[in-house]
Ligand binder design. Structure first.
Ligand code: 9D3
Length: 261
């Protein structure tokens, strides 16, 4: 099994060190299941000031990411990984969910492009396969979103966690939230562990866990119980033509568009 290779294009490579040096991600890297290459976007600038952003045509506040350094970095990565799936992290993307994480986890090479400033030049989208957001709130850039994506994808790489059975039993594959869990002591500050969990009756325990999971999901996330989560294999909503058009995710059935908001 050859390692999955994630290439991260960013102006802040130093931001990635500690999150990728602990836990399951560290284990996957140390075990040769995951390789991460941090690509400093400034290395692909050509002007004296190593600029990665510029003022917006038409006016407006803030700066826009210049297209040349990003596409130069993509070209350099493509020299070694011509089939890499290119993902732009952006608030305009489709929202990351388990189905999309699972699809990404099947790739050999991923390129994650982290935007900064007020966004990236629109023409960059011609060179990417997917545009992904991690939720409807504003971040300062794509880096933390890229870390979220790497973390979630790594958990699904075969062998990254002890066994594959736990991957299948994980929440969001099952369609409900998790049941309540307890460990010792049996009484903590007057709070008791539910007696059924101490009963040794494994059938009763299983029934209790299922009903608790249902009750909690109904209260917190009723949307998870209504529609079964649908597969999202691709997310590039616009630009059906261009260099990305031949890729597996470019052509989408109309229903995929609905997830793009
Ligand atoms: C005025 C419109 N703003 C969009 C909501 C501008 C803007 C704000 C922040 C453009 C880019 C950013 C930086 N955010 C990301 O790069 C980003 C992000 C996010 O902000 N939320 C959720 N997911 C992501 S993935 C990348």
């Amino acid at each position: 099994m050859s390692a999955m290779h994630v290439h991260v294009v960013t102006i802040f490579p130093e931001l990635f060190a500690s999150p990728l040096a602990v836990g399951i991600v560290k284990r996957a890297r140390d075990g040769g299941l995951l390789r991460i290459s941090l690509v400093d976007l400034r290395e692909y600038t050509s002007d004296r000031h190593r600029s990665t952003g510029d003022y917006p045509y038409g006016g407006g506040h803030g700066m826009v990411m210049k297209p040349e350094p990003i596409v130069a970095a993509l070209d350099a990565i493509a020299a070694g990984a011509p089939h890499a799936r290119r993902v732009l992290l952006s608030p305009r993307g489709s929202v990351l969910d388990h189905a999309l994480v699972a699809a990404l986890a099947r790739e050999k090479d991923l390129v994650l492009i982290c935007g900064r400033y007020e966004g990236v030049d629109e023409r960059v989208r011609t060179f990417v396969d997917d545009e992904i957001s991690i939720g409807d709130y504003v971040l300062s850039g794509g880096e933390i979103a890229a870390l979220v994506l790497i973390d979630a994808v790594t958990r699904l790489i075969p062998g990254a966690r002890g066994n594959v059975a736990s991957a299948l039993s994980e929440s969001f594959t099952s369609g409900t939230l998790e049941y309540p869990q307890y460990t010792r002591p049996a009484t903590f500050r007057g709070l008791e562990v539910p007696p059924v969990l101490l009963s040794g009756d494994h059938t009763a325990i299983e029934r209790w866990r299922e009903s608790e999971a249902q009750r909690i999901t109904r209260r917190v996330r009723p949307d998870l119980l209504r529609e079964p989560a649908e597969s999202t294999s691709g997310t590039l909503a616009e630009t059906p033509a261009g260099p990305a058009a031949h890729r597996s995710t470019a052509a989408q059935p109309p229903r995929a568009r609905a997830r793009n908001r």
